[in-house]
Ligand binder design. Structure first.
Ligand code: GLC
Length: 747
């Protein structure tokens, strides 16, 4: 088989030709070879393991994961192509989540950019680097709606909003897969984790989820539908159970929704060992039963556990499953391999990929880190700092010089050597100050704590001294990478360890304090905001953390990040999210009372019987969509071209946005809509569109939105998708808690 030539370009291949090739192969395959294609094995390690080698040469494995040594990848592929009867190439998969060797901001940080083009660029670079190493398939984007900051995997998500997650998920798929999956530098993407994983109770990973179908359809499924419509190559089932049926055996999800309703034709893969774990869930008695349930539900490929290999033949012989079931799964796997061009250049493909220049990669990483950072507070316009006025800066904190920690979770292949910390960048920035006008010369570093979890205060005195000797302090606090990500959930989401004590000690010096928080989740920031004069929430911003922070702190660029997730006042408010329901007793400031204001002997009904907490009220610390800028954006002159619209008409909205500051900046103008009455209760607000607008100092721009029925449709009580007539409100503003508003009626 000639595997050295590139495949015919997509334009020269037709779907019919691809399908015909699949049928030819399928006809030639034995049952063992077919079942072998359904197996994915973990091939990780420094060498090519004998068991893997044997499995490949026997044709009993169709895909591997976690091997990224190019030579080992090539050898595995050579065995599959040259030493098996039909020479069917392997699919190599890896979790390329926010970069491969070049590490970009974590997905939650990427979401804070609200910049799909930038996300596409990062995914494209990731695909190039991974394809050059012999990877064909990434298990990304993770598009689980995440409303619970206790959940470690919120770091991998694009946050709490279905629309934003869908837009950014599609951008990631475009970057990974390009416009021709058969191109050597394209890698197959994977929508995960299907579905509802982010609703894991108590923010505990792998935990039970109970999601009513209306909530599933209107909150958790829309991003998956968006990437399915985009043509994502695969779906991965979630570990979690939904209302008692684990996603991996959930025929309603994998068949009724994915295949019958959406017409999705790509392959489905279980999560790691998830089929075998059906027996641990207690849905099945043993692996044979687990294989049967997963097979019937619609899992094509089994990741790591081997229940299919062990039991499908018997299940077939017993008539519990049909050869048609197996063939349908094998078809989808073979088709993806053909679409990826693996039959033509499985071995030569990596050599055909050209990776971008380092400078171009670093520029994208820096831009992404800049745009992901969210300015939460900036008292007295302390920021940006002026190197003309400052002569010395204290750089403090356990995350000020932690190049590994700032990369965040899921960075197995990340090149830590290329990760630049805030300390290194600020020193480089100060060191360049040759011109007389630029006074900043001195940078004093003190870690203050051993790490982000430490309680030992023995190093705090040094940090206090460093701050006292400087004009101001930049203190980098937050979470080490290991405190976020899979299975790393926290019941208390304040700053870990003695970090608040360190911040207090630094504040007590009386010097201006800029707090930079690096974390993989929303952190409780009430005390941080009380103590620091300025607060930048930086997430885990990746390898360009330092230079990006410098650009923002010293005003080379204005921060533009907007929160993709709500920041609670306390963990007790969770789950708290902006697109909540109104309830029958919505709270309002005039109807709630703080626990400290309750009169002695107050009677049971002495104040507001509404939905709020006595200690924390009902509003978050920071709302979804929030983010400050050095620019000042004013919204004015709202107009709408109609107050009533038919279903097939459009409502045109306009607003003027003015930057009244002396510096330029980018504002993400957000359009929210509320459907006041429906066959189901509807959220008080839903993000429907957004536009990123850059304005020079003093510039005014007219911003337009067109609302159509696409923006008003939802899954109604009867589960049909469409609009319902009635009253609507809309808001156009800079976050989900304010904005200029208007009303209209859908006729
Ligand atoms: C993990 C994760 C999944 C990942 C897979 C392969 O357990 O749940 O997101 O893609 O295994 O590493």
């Amino acid at each position: 088989m000639n595997i050295q030539t590139a495949p015919p370009a997509k334009s020269l291949r037709s779907k019919e030709q691809d399908n015909a090739r699949v049928e030819l192969l399928l006809e030639a395959m034995t049952l063992d070879e077919k079942i072998g294609q359904l197996q994915q094995l973990d091939a990780g390690g420094d060498t090519l393991r004998t068991d893997i080698k044997e499995a490949i040469s026997q044709g009993s494995v169709g895909a591997v994961l976690n091997q990224t040594d190019p030579q080992i990848c090539k050898e595995m592929q050579r065995i599959a192509v040259e030493e098996t009867r039909l020479g069917i190439p392997l699919l190599h998969a890896r979790d390329v989540i926010h970069g491969f060797t070049s590490i970009f901001p974590i997905p939650l940080a990427q979401a804070a950019t609200w910049n799909p083009d930038l996300i596409e660029k990062m995914a494209r670079i990731s695909a190039l680097e991974a394809a050059a190493a012999g990877i064909h398939w990434t298990f990304a984007p993770m598009i689980d709606i995440s409303r619970d900051a206790r959940w470690g995997r919120i770091a991998e998500s694009f946050g709490e909003d279905p629309y934003l997650t869908g837009v950014l998920g599609v951008a990631a798929v475009t970057g990974y897969q390009g416009d021709d999956l058969s191109a050597p530098d394209a890698i197959a993407a994977c929508a995960k984790h299907f579905a509802g994983y982010g609703a894991s109770e108590a923010g505990l990973d792998y935990n039970t989820t109970n999601i009513p179908e209306n909530e599933l359809r209107n909150v958790y499924l829309p991003p998956f539908k968006a990437v399915a419509d985009k043509g994502i190559a695969s779906f991965m089932s979630s570990f979690s159970d939904i209302d008692g049926i684990p996603a991996t055996a959930n025929r309603f999800l994998l068949k009724t929704i994915l295949r019958d309703e959406w017409g999705y034709e790509g392959l489905t893969v279980s999560d790691w060992n998830a089929i075998s774990e059906l027996s641990i869930h207690g849905l099945t008695e043993n692996d044979k039963d687990a294989a049967l349930q997963a097979c019937r539900a619609g899992i094509d490929m089994e990741m790591v556990s081997e229940t299919y290999s062990a039991h499908l033949k018997q299940l077939l012989e017993a008539g519990d499953i049909s050869l048609q079931d197996i063939d349908a799964k094998v078809r989808r796997i073979l088709l993806l391999k053909i679409q990826l061009g693996l039959f033509e250049y499985a071995l030569s493909g990596p050599d055909l990929v050209s990776v971008p220049d380092e400078a171009d990669i670093q520029a994208v990483a820096r831009q992404a880190a800049i745009e992901s950072m969210v300015l939460m507070k900036n008292d007295h316009d302390l920021l940006p700092l002026s190197e003309e006025k400052l002569s010395s800066i204290a750089v403090i904190g356990p995350l000020a010089d932690a190049p590994r920690e700032q990369l965040g979770t899921w960075i197995f292949d990340g090149d830590i050597e290329r990760s630049i910390s805030p300390l290194v960048a600020i020193r480089q920035f100060a060191g360049k100050n040759d011109a007389e006008s630029r006074k900043l010369r001195k940078v004093i570093f003190a870690k203050g704590l051993k790490n982000s979890r430490a309680y030992g205060t023995e190093d705090m005195e040094e940090a206090v001294k460093a701050t006292s000797a400087a004009d101001c302090a930049i203190i980098c606090l937050g979470e080490e990478a290991i405190l976020s990500g899979e299975a790393h959930c926290r019941a208390d989401i304040r700053l870990p360890g003695a970090q608040l004590d360190l911040l207090k000690a630094i504040k007590d010096t009386g010097k201006p304090v800029i707090a930079v928080i690096l974390a993989g989740r929303p952190i409780i920031l009430d005390e941080v905001c009380d103590l620091a004069d300025a607060v930048i929430f930086a997430w885990h911003p990746g390898m360009q953390t330092g230079p990006a922070l410098c650009d923002i702190v010293f005003g080379k660029v204005s921060p533009s990040g907007k929160l993709p997730v709500t920041f609670p006042k306390s963990v007790g408010q969770i789950p708290i999210y902006y697109n909540h329901k109104n309830t029958g007793r919505p709270p309002s400031q005039d109807r709630v009372l703080h626990i400290s204001d309750i009169e002695e002997g107050a009677t049971q009904t002495s104040f507001g019987m509404t939905a709020f907490h006595l200690d924390d009220g009902f509003e978050p610390q920071f709302p979804f969509g929030f983010g400050l800028s050095y620019a000042r954006f004013e919204y004015s002159d709202l107009s709408q071209d109609r107050h009533e619209m038919d279903c097939d008409e459009a409502l045109n909205l306009e607003v003027n946005l003015t930057n009244t500051a002396s510096v330029g900046g980018t504002e993400t103008v957000q359009l929210y809509i509320r459907d006041h009455v429906g066959s189901l209760t509807r959220p008080v607000r839903e993000l429907k569109q957004f536009k990123r607008i850059y304005l020079k100092p003093g510039e005014k721009q007219n911003v337009k939105f067109t609302v159509t029925k696409a923006d008003l449709s939802f899954y109604r009580r009867d589960h049909s998708y469409g609009v319902e007539k009635g009253r609507f409100s809309f808001w156009i503003g800079g976050d989900s808690s304010n904005g200029l508003s208007g009303k209209f009626v859908l006729l």
